[in-house]
Design a protein around this ligand. Structure first.
Ligand code: NAD
Ligand code: ZN
Length: 249
């Protein structure tokens, strides 16, 4: 068995290698997932924190669940919105905002709906899964930002229609423009950071293999190995806040 000291030394070497790739690249992209916000206290969907009242996220974040039981789905979102409202960006969010300042050609692609990247100062954010702070009417289609807790659930639009969270649920299409932008960037980025995502939710998980195919170096940062790890050029094991701070400075 390899010792922990050995693994840490390996990680250190890999971080230096990835740092070099990052510094020499003109065009850089990052794909982030729930793990980036975990150190801020936002629960991820997978693992023990993914449960709410014994429901798994995959049972609630679907159009079918909303159709069947909008009240329960909204109670879950009201709980998540309240929780996220108390959270602050962490070192990882701030490091990615600094990376954007250092690179002329940069795109941050996120699956997160919490808004913490923007709060940390990131400007070029491509949101693949929408925002938990946006609501949309299922009757008239009107969309608006709403940060306050709703007095009554499920909330309704002025037209009387039911409001839904402005996020992409399992089984739904991604916003076409955001997806096009992300995909186009994969064709030309030289380095892609894939951070805190299980790489299990498609089509977002297909971005890294595409970038790799087009010649980018793929650097994965995660607490554990994922379906992407075997294809990555470097896998940096650990907490994203700490690793990103070391990698980006
Ligand atoms: P996921 O829950 O499937 O996976 C989280 C990943 O992060 C895991 O691989 C885990 O090992 C890793 N991780 C956990 N803590 C980490 C840390 N401190 N440092 C580095 N890695 C860490 O999340 P996903 O891949 O983003 O996909 C699930 C879907 O859930 C997404 O589509 C997203 O829209 C949604 N979601 C968003 C939020 C959010 O906005 N913060 C939170 C939960 C889920
Ligand atoms: Zn309406």
């Amino acid at each position: 068995m390899r010792s922990l000291a050995h693994a840490t030394r390996d990680n250190e070497k890999l971080i230096q290698q990835a740092k070099h790739w990052l510094e020499s690249a003109g065009c850089v992209a990052a794909v982030t997932g729930a793990g980036v916000s975990a150190e801020s206290g936002v629960p991820t969907f997978r693992g023990k924190d993914g449960l709410w009242r014994n429901f798994r996220a995959e049972e609630l974040a679907t159009p079918a669940a909303f159709q069947r039981d909008p009240l329960t789905v909204w109670q879950w979102y009201q709980w998540r919105r309240g929780l996220i409202a108390e959270c602050q960006p962490n070192a990882g969010h701030f490091a990615l905002a600094r990376l954007e300042q250092k690179k002329l050609d940069f795109l941050l692609i996120t699956q997160n709906v919490d808004g913490l990247h923007e709060q940390a100062g990131s400007g070029k954010v491509c949101r693949l899964h929408g925002s938990i702070w946006v609501v949309r009417c299922i009757s008239c289609g009107k969309e608006q930002e709403e940060r306050e807790a709703f007095a009554e659930l499920p909330p309704r639009c002025t037209c009387g229609g039911l409001l839904r969270p402005g996020v992409v649920w399992f089984g739904e299409n991604l916003p076409a423009e955001a997806w096009r932008e992300a995909e186009a960037f994969m064709l030309r980025c030289e380095v892609l950071l894939v951070i805190g995502t299980s790489s299990a939710v498609y089509p977002a998980a297909s971005l890294a293999p595409l970038a790799r195919q087009c010649g980018a170096r793929v650097v994965e940062i995660n607490l554990e190995l994922t379906g992407l790890s075997a294809q990555a050029d470097a896998v940096l094991a650990g907490r994203s806040g700490e690793i990103l701070e070391e990698l980006i400075g």
